[in-house]
Every structure is written in C-alpha cells, then in structure tokens.
Ligand binder design. Structure first.
Ligand SMILES: Cc1ncc(COP(=O)(O)O)c(C=O)c1O
Ligand SMILES: N[C@@H](CCOP(=O)(O)O)C(=O)O
Length: 468
C-alpha cells in the first residue's frame, strides 16, 4: 500500500514511513492510494469475532507487508489486552434505535486510547528495526495528550512533548499529563487555545531544519495510523447491529474530524453506512460548513466539552482531497486561502458529495446538560459531555432506516464537574486512577510561540543529544 499527500507535493511513502512522518513534508496529510474493499461475506464473517481479530483483518491491508503478519497480530493483541471491557468497545442501548459505542475502556478513559495503545507499539517496532530514536510531539485539547503519554511513557526510543492549552482542560485530563514520572515525558502548558497548540505542532513539522534535527514524529490524527486504528470499531459495532445485511448510521462528537473520517474510511471499504452525522459544540465550524459550503474560522469558545473546543479541523483536509478527486493543487489552494483569510468556499459538486453522506448538528452547553440529565433519568445511563453532544445531535437526525450508533468518546469521570452540574451525580474515577488526583504535578508553562517550544524540545530531546 502506498500513501500520498493531500497536497500532492510530498514523496509517496509506504506505511512505516507514513507512521514515522506524521505530517507530510508539503504540509498535507497522508491518505492511502486506494481503499481496500471488503465483500459483504467478508464483513459478515466479522460477526462474533474478538475485537483483536477484526482489528487484524481491517488493519493488515493498510500495512501492506511493512510489518510481518504474526508481529502485527501480536501487537494488536497486546494493545487491547489491557482494556477494562472484554469486548474492548461494547455497545449499550440508550433509546429505541439508539446505541452508545463505549470507546473509553482504555487506560486513560478516552477513545484516543484505542488508536494510541497500538500506535505506541507500532512506532517502537519500526524505530527498533531501524535503530532510530524519535521526538514525538502532539497538541491536545485534553484527551490525545493523556492517551499519548500513557502509550509512550518510559519507551527507550522516544521522547514525548505534549502541548496543551493552559487552564482549558479538565483537572483529570491535566493530571493525566502532568503526574507521569517517566523522564521521556514532557507536558507543556501553553498560554493559548488548542488551535494555537496545533498550529505550533504543524509549524514545527514545516520547519525542516528543526524537524530533521530532532527526528520529529507526530501522534495527532494528522498521523494516518491514528485514523487506521479507529476504522476498526466502525466495523465491529456496525456488524453487531446487522451490517452488512442492513445499513447503520453513526453520530460522532467531532473536533479535529479524525474519528468521523475513520467512519468515512470504513464506508469506503464496504461497510453499509446510511449517514455519518457530525456533532459539534458551539465551536461549530463543521456544522456551518455543511450548511453553507463556507469553511470559516471564528474565535474559539470554552465549553463543558473542552476536547471539542476546536476551530481548525485538521482531518477535514482529508475529506476535501477525497471529494476533489485527489487534486493536490486545489487542496493546496484551499488551505492557503484558509491560512491567509481564515476561510474558503467549497464548490457545488464537492459540497454535494459531502452532503450525500454527511449530516451535522450543534449542541450548546445548556442542551448538553439537559441531555445528560434526561438520558440518566430515562435510560439510567450517565453520559460525558462530549458523548452527550453526540446523543443530542443523533436524536435530531434519528431515522428508522438504520440504527444510530453514537460514539461514546470519553468516560464521564473525566469531566465530573460538568456531569454533576448537569444531573447531580458525580461520576467516580476507577480505583487505579484515583491516586493521580493527589500526585505531584510536573509541567512547563510556555508562551504559545513556536520558537519557545522548539527551544525547549531541542534542549530536552534525546534524539538531538545522541544524534540518532
Ligand atoms: C472526548 C472527545 N470527544 C470527541 C473528540 C473529537 O474527536 P476528533 O478530533 O477525532 O473529531 C475528542 C478529541 O478529539 C475528544 O477528546
Ligand atoms: N480532541 C483532541 C484534539 C486533538 O485531536 P487529534 O485526534 O488530532 O489528536 C484532544 O483531546 O486532544
């Protein structure tokens, strides 16, 4: 399998190189040259199989022989062995035709663990094979950071630097990043918002001198391997509810558009998907784009679902590449326009192609609180604010044509204040995570400036000190 950049000017790479690269050298994001297609019989055969077996079948064609089959199989088994639920990503029915796909049974209680636990093993394997070190950077609005730190802590071949917006993540999220004692972990609190952090990460990738000197690698969903691992649970849940014999729909609490793009990938691979519904909080650039065809940045507001306080949705670029027929020139033009003027227009044809499969809706803090309260009352089920946004928007888009699967992206105990304020119940952390709430915190507070972050990384990354 070969991968090309959405902007068409970076080298075409295989899976292992895409894994280590993160962002393409032309500023674009890597996409597979073709979508592997599964027949209906193949998809039907996933029914009743353990998660790890389906994961192996889905991931293998994208790896394209870069990793030996038995090694890949054992890495997948290891990645999911520590999840708190035997099904890894169980489904819970919350309404007549409504299901929550619980993606938060991994070590940091966020859907990010599903991809990150595997990414850590894959990267280690490739670095080991090549005798290299890497400097991992990531921007987080709360969840990616903790999940990445858990997956990479203590690893000999990587140092990890996570940039998060100071004061804009929940206490639990911050502590998951700042209480790690391993020497290869660095939590950097930036005086800005998530988009500032993400812009700095992309800026560091585009600074080739720095990028090569520190052997930069990324763990945000700009890294294709993140999306890849997330495709699996669309198949697992879809098949559990009747696919391929009947279509299913998904509502996805969305920020960086990575998770829902994985759903799009599953559909391209043959999963019968009726609708992919984008659910946003008041930072609703994606919902507005679907309504108007104009992608237009506005200021970011803080909400009770902080992980979705995002305006620049990186992976939307991947969808643009798809609907513009992989025309790198056009994607480059749109992205340049976004950089210069803060907006771009999607033409009628590509917009119609997006609207054919995607719908969208938004949910403000008041509506989020209401849905937490009424889902507890009516279904006896406690939602976190991000998943609640999904449930609210799913209900607006409900149809009897297909079961609606809402992606449950975080455990309510990550956001106890918001959940308690909404419904009076304060969700408890699992016992093994409780000590973190008393542990000493370690973080570096830096201005939201690329040069300051680069200086910090240059002085702390072992890849620079050791020269490999
Ligand atoms: C809890 C939670 N829900 C939803 C999202 C949005 O996911 P994505 O950025 O892949 O759209 C995030 C962060 O990305 C998150 O942490
Ligand atoms: N919501 C995310 C933001 C980063 O998204 P990613 O999927 O690109 O890593 C977070 O919680 O950090």
């Amino acid at each position: 399998m070969k991968y090309f950049s959405t902007r068409g000017e970076a080298p075409v790479l295989d899976f292992s190189d895409v894994l280590l690269q993160g962002l393409a050298r032309d500023g674009g994001l890597y996409l597979p040259a073709e979508w592997p297609r599964f027949s209906a019989e193949k998809i039907a055969s996933f029914a009743g199989k353990p998660y790890r077996d389906v994961a192996y079948e889905v991931i293998k064609p994208f790896v394209g022989g870069c990793i030996k089959d038995d090694v890949l199989r054992s890495m997948i088994a290891k990645a999911y062995a520590g999840f708190r639920h035997p099904a890894v990503t169980p489904l819970v029915q919350t309404g007549e035709n409504e299901f929550v796909l619980e993606l938060f049974h991994g070590p940091t209680l966020a859907f990010k663990d599903v991809a990150m636990q595997l990414l850590g093993l894959l990267m280690d394997h490739v670095l080991e094979e090549r005798g290299l070190r890497a400097t991992i950077v990531g921007a987080t609005s709360g969840d990616t950071g903790g999940a990445a730190i858990d997956a990479f802590k203590g690893r000999a071949r990587t140092d990890i630097f996570i940039l998060f917006p100071d004061g804009r993540v929940s206490n639990v999220q911050r502590r998951q990043m700042t209480t790690q004692k391993e020497g290869n972990v660095h939590a950097l609190a930036l005086t800005g918002n998530f988009d500032d952090c993400q812009t700095i990460v992309k800026g560091m990738f585009n600074n080739f001198g720095f990028r090569d000197r520190v052997a930069l690698s990324g763990v945000n969903s700009i890294n294709w391997a993140r999306i890849l691992a997330q495709i699996v649970y669309y198949f697992v849940s879809g098949v559990a509810l009747g696919a391929p014999h009947r279509p299913v729909s998904f509502t996805v609490p969305t920020g960086n558009f990575g998770d829902i793009f994985a759903g799009y990938a599953a559909m391209k691979m043959g999963l019968p998907v009726d609708t992919l519904v984008v659910a946003t909080n008041v930072n609703d650039i994606l919902a507005r784009t679907l309504e108007t065809g104009r992608y237009e940045m506005r200021g970011v507001s803080a909400t009770t679902a902080p992980s979705m306080d995002i305006q620049i949705s990186s992976n939307f670029e991947r969808l643009l590449a798809e609907v513009y027929g992989h025309d790198g020139h056009t994607v480059r033009r749109l992205m340049n326009q976004l950089g210069q003027s803060g907006s771009f227009e999607i033409e009628a044809g590509p917009l119609a192609a997006i609207r054919e499969k995607f719908a969208a809706g938004r949910c403000d803090d008041k509506q989020t609180a209401a849905v937490i309260a009424n889902t507890l009352e009516e279904a006896g089920y406690l939602l976190d604010p991000h998943t609640a946004i999904g449930v609210h928007v799913a209900r607006e888009n409900a149809s009897l044509n297909s079961p609606m699967i809402v992606l449950g992206t975080a455990h309510p105990a990550k956001f106890p204040d918001a959940v308690e304020a909404a419904c009076g119940v304060r969700p408890e952390l699992p016992d093994e995570l409780k000590p973190m709430m008393e542990a000493e915190e370690q973080q570096e507070i830096l201005p939201a400036e690329q040069s300051a972050v680069e200086r910090f990384i240059e002085t702390h990354a072992r890849a620079v000190k050791s020269g490999v």
